[in-house]
Write a protein that binds this ligand. Sequence first.
Ligand code: GDP
Ligand code: MG
Length: 178
Amino acid sequence: MEEEQEYLFKIVVIGDSAVGKSNLLSRFARDEFDHNSKATIGVEFQTQVVEVDGKEIKAQVWDTAGQERFRAVTSAYYRGAVGALIVYDITRSTTFDNIKRWLDELNTHCDTTVARMLVGNKCDLENIRDVSVEDGKNLAEEEGLFFIETSALDSTNVKTAFEIVIREIYKNLSRKVL
Ligand code: GDP
Ligand code: MG
């Protein structure tokens, strides 16, 4: 008897306040952009079904929902995560400089098998860019992360960013099972 395997992947979105984490999530899960997103406190997640190799995968994507403002992202947030999007804002270099701190935090809570994507968000704001594509690429290479620039506002690469992470998680999983 063959049983249909259910895949549920927990993916966390981390990064400084106002880099666009919540909007990346709402763009991915509901294809929406919220111009006045309020930073509600408390953890929230949304589930989106993605198909990989003919398999239905539930991506359960978690949003810090404002906890990051107080540098108080709890260990419960990270528990069981198999993927992470580490987000900065290409128009604010301080958010890029803080990526190392977010990686340190991720590493204290999760093991190295977590699929990681460095995300430079707000690429629609090219005219006020403060972090070059090259700097993003280099950091990703140094730290062994995937890299992509996105815009939650105009939808550029948002779906792709999540799908690359989901595919990588699936690949890691298949390797473990075989
Ligand atoms: P969070 O604090 O990281 O969750 O960031 P939010 O998703 O709340 O977004 C913070 C601010 O950046 C809001 O004013 C958003 O409208 C804006 N924002 C988010 N993503 C983008 C984007 O891709 N492009 C532009 N231009 N603005 C964005
Ligand atoms: Mg938010």
